[in-house]
Design a protein around this ligand. Structure first.
Ligand code: 13P
Length: 342
């Protein structure tokens, strides 16, 4: 294991002003998102859609990495260039989702367990040979009556730690994603409590597994009120709770925290990221960045709509969202920037 190489790749993924595009939706997830905007989910449509995103002119100015799904890493652009190479030509680092999605947690069917450890070593070898330089694994923690349970948190933390160890062994930087869902009517205080518990257990498992933290990234949710809570915390509260929770639970050795958007609107996710960096930029032990799917892709997907004649317009909107996220990396985003672009 080349620790220096892992460390430098991890740092290359979190430079100032840049973040990660998560374009690693499984076929099931992308089909749901396509169907919601009336796009047929064929292999060709999924390929063409991702080609549209990756060929957006100038997108490398705002993106350090793109996370791919197994199907996509094997696909080619319409001119025959592998999509992975299209990404590299934009100066962006290609990565790959390696978990095999969730199943109900045994004996606790309202919770999830993420599978995919069997055969992982061989799959990682193949992805590295194809040119991937980092990996992602998503665990899901649900807040509800009497959940999460300790067995949910612990079994997912253990799987995340094994995934991270296998990845580092293969020379790939792991993005460790324990997502605490925003679904539910819980308060921001409850979200804080569950996030802290999840993160502490995850880092404990990473330690026990011997994972080199300087060569890994964390992808958590922000500490935020449940989606259906009647009391929605303000932007400043989300920023304050999130930073405090991270300071209590995330070791300073980790180079970056790349938040997921988790169903927040694109503008909300941008405002929250901005508020954290606006208050603390340069004064935290880790970079505070983004690794977004929906908050970057929502509008572009709708505009593209499965029709290549809309590609230019969709790329413009995608470029704009990435630029907004980039300004939030420095804490210099403002809502006027949305109006100007409109
Ligand atoms: P969202 O930003 O849509 O939450 O997706 C991020 C992700 O990669 C989920 O695994």
């Amino acid at each position: 294991m080349n620790l220096q190489q892992l460390e430098s790749t991890a740092r290359e993924l979190v430079p100032g002003g840049k973040g990660i595009l998560a374009a690693d939706e499984s076929t099931g997830t992308v089909t749901k998102r396509f169907n919601a905007v009336d796009i047929e989910s064929t292999e060709e449509n999924r390929r063409a859609y991702r080609e549209m995103l990756f060929t957006t002119p100038g997108i490398g100015e705002y993106l350090s990495g793109v996370i791919l799904f197994d199907e996509t890493i094997r696909q080619k652009a319409s001119d025959g260039t592998p999509l992975l190479e299209v990404i590299e030509r934009q100066g962006i680092i290609p990565g790959i989702k390696v978990d095999k999605s969730t199943v109900p947690l045994p004996l606790s069917p309202d919770e999830k367990y993420t599978q995919g450890l069997d055969g992982l070593r061989d799959r990682l070898e193949e992805y590295r040979e194809m040119g991937a330089r980092f990996t992602k694994w998503r665990a899901v923690i649900t807040i509800g009556d009497s959940i999460p349970t300790v067995n949910c948190i612990e079994s997912n933390a253990r799987a995340l730690a094994l995934f991270a160890a296998f990845s580092q062994e293969a020379g790939l930087v792991p993005i460790v994603e324990p997502e605490v869902l925003i679904d539910g009517d819980h308060s921001i205080e409850r979200s804080d409590e569950v996030n802290e518990w999840t993160l502490r257990s995850t880092f404990n498992a990473l330690y026990e597994q011997g994972v080199h933290l300087e060569g890994a990234l964390l992808k958590p949710n922000m500490v935020i009120s449940g989606k259906d809570s009647p009391e929605q915390a303000s932007i400043e509260e989300v920023a304050r709770y999130t930073i405090k929770c991270m300071l209590r639970s995330v070791p300073a050795a980790v180079p970056g925290i790349v938040f997921l958007s988790g169903g927040q609107s694109d503008v909300s996710a941008t405002e929250h990221l901005n508020a954290m960096n606006n208050a603390m930029y340069g004064n935290l032990p880790w970079e505070i960045s983004f690794s977004w799917a929906r908050a970057l892709q929502g509008k572009p997907m709708e505009i593209w709509g499965g029709d290549s004649s809309n590609a230019k317009e969709a790329q413009k909107v995608f470029h704009h969202r990435a630029r907004m996220a980039s300004t939030a990396r420095y804490g210099t985003y403002s809502e006027d920037m949305e109006d100007q672009a409109a």
